[in-house]
Write a protein that binds this ligand. Structure first.
Ligand SMILES: Cc1cc2nc3c(=O)[nH]c(=O)nc-3n(C[C@H](O)[C@H](O)[C@H](O)COP(=O)(O)OP(=O)(O)OC[C@H]3O[C@@H](n4cnc5c(N)ncnc54)[C@H](O)[C@@H]3O)c2cc1C
Length: 435
């Protein structure tokens, strides 16, 4: 096993950009990625024969080809280890990785670590969202990107944000357009209310063109894009799912579908990650894992992280400024946030809040006298499932606030360093090796 100078975790644009810059500065790098190939959320590799039938915007394809080329040129300075999952940091500040190919946990103490673990999708609890047939938009997109095939049967896409639009266009391109896209926000109306945000959105010409391309594809396929529409209930029926939605003007609609793809935005995947430095090991976060800025922002942020590592380790680095790129990416994301601003969702006592443990809103409200995240975990089991609170911490915090229980959601979501962040087999633990 390579004793790398730097461990980079996450093989998306941020991690690969950081790894290649570091290698070009003369560092040895171990690039660990949980999936079987590099690519991250946006460049999820197609596993079928030939080329993927999915259209990929040219600029994304070219950026990724350049990064892949640089990985090849780096030669032995970058060791890429796929199917390797970051589990956390142990008490001696050793970084733990679950090497699924070798079937063992390995631990390393490099000089520096770049954490580029991307984003998690937000999906707010709604009555029935735990039912089979309901998935996240990102989850459905992964399936689509990897297989090139859309799920069979009628599909409804709902929630808020541009990812819904991208998924709907990609489903259309693979021959199964969704029956509709239900957008909770009212972006066209918001463009008049927030003219500054609309102008900022237009300044990101490439993103605007990408969005218009998706819109045109849906228009040509006759897919309705309904804004101001919120899914209020999902029920299991013999043929799949009956989805009830309500428009801002009060009109109720129903859709009978096989699949429902939900999406309520993205948030940094930073559960349980160490802060800046831990016991002398320099740690820096990069890409969506630090701040959700989109694919181009993530590459720039990975390069910024490489520069910070080089400075910290006292090696001369290329002086490049990334502030302007990051500023532009942040401006675009802020504009998207304003244009797709959507009202909060409501839940009933019966609504499942924690899908890992099947816990409902009533279970949370029934926790008498709890005052801290620790008690909510230990007494209520919220944040104790396989996701370790990555997905439920936010909803639990919002509902607890209504019951006047205030606590740090980060703590429920694992802000304290506790491992494993992901499930790991006992056999792999038993085969533990320090490098
Ligand atoms: C589900 C989803 C779909 C998206 N779709 C689009 C899209 O269609 N178009 C678009 O422009 N943008 C899309 N985005 C946003 C875009 O992908 C990101 O802005 C960009 O890819 C961020 O790059 P990154 O390197 O920071 O993170 P990512 O590309 O997400 O890469 C993070 C990498 O870290 C790995 N990882 C995570 N946890 C661990 C762990 N514990 N151990 C080891 N490896 C780990 C992941 O497998 C992943 O490969 C999407 C984001 C998400 C979350």
């Amino acid at each position: 096993m390579l004793e790398p100078d730097v461990l980079v975790i996450g093989g998306g644009p941020a991690g690969v950009a950081a790894a290649t810059d570091l290698a070009e500065m003369g560092f040895t790098v171990l690039l660990a990625e949980q999936r079987d190939r590099l690519g991250g959320a946006i460049h999820r590799a197609y596993v079928g024969e030939g080329r993927s039938p999915l259209p990929v915007p040219g600029r994304h394809r070219r950026n990724w080809q350049r990064l892949q080329q640089r990985v090849i040129q780096a030669g032995s300075r970058i060791v890429t280890q796929c199917e390797t999952i970051f589990l956390g940091v142990d008490g001696d500040a050793r970084f733990l990785l679950d090497d699924r190919r070798a079937g063992r946990v390995i631990s390393l103490q490099p000089q520096a670590v770049v954490l580029a673990l991307g984003a998690v999708e937000r999906v707010s609890p709604r009555p029935g969202w735990e039912l089979p047939g309901v998935t996240t938009a990102g989850g459905m997109q992964v399936q689509l990107k990897e297989t090139g095939e859309a799920p069979k049967g009628p599909i409804l896409v709902a929630g808020t944000g541009p990812l819904s639009l991208a998924l709907a266009a990609q489903l259309t391109a693979t021959g199964n357009p969704p029956v509709a896209v239900l957008e909770r926000g009212q972006p066209f109306r918001a463009a008049f209310a927030h003219v500054g945000a609309a102008i900022d959105g237009l300044r990101s010409w490439s993103n605007m063109m990408e969005g218009l391309g998706y819109g045109a594809r849906l228009l040509l396929a006759g897919v309705p894009y309904r804004t101001g529409c919120t899914v209020t209930a999902i029920e299991a029926v013999a043929e799949g799912l009956r989805v009830t939605s309500q428009h801002a003007n009060g009109t109720i609609s129903h859709h009978q579908v096989r699949h429902l793809a939900l999406h309520d935005g993205l948030a940094s995947n930073n559960t349980g990650l160490p802060a800046q430095s831990i016991a002398g090991v320099f740690v820096v976060r990069a890409g969506d894992c630090r701040e959700v800025l989109g694919a181009e922002g993530a590459s720039s942020d990975g390069r910024r992280a490489a520069q910070l590592v080089a400075k910290q380790l006292g090696r001369p680095s290329r002086e490049a400024a990334f502030d302007a790129q990051l500023f532009a990416a942040r401006r675009t994301q802020n504009a998207i946030g304003k244009l797709f601003d959507a009202p909060a969702l409501s839940s009933t006592p019966d609504t499942v809040i924690c899908r890992c443990e099947g816990l409902r809103r009533a279970d949370l409200e029934g926790l008498k006298g709890v005052q801290s995240a620790r008690e909510i975990r230990l007494v209520g089991r919220f944040g104790m499932g396989a996701c370790q609170g990555r997905f439920c911490a936010r909803a639990v915090k919002e509902i607890a606030a209504e019951a006047a229980v205030s606590f740090d959601a980060g703590e429920l979501g694992g802000a304290t360093l506790r491992w494993p962040l992901r499930p790991v087999s006992v056999a792999s633990l038993a085969a533990w090796t320090d490098s």
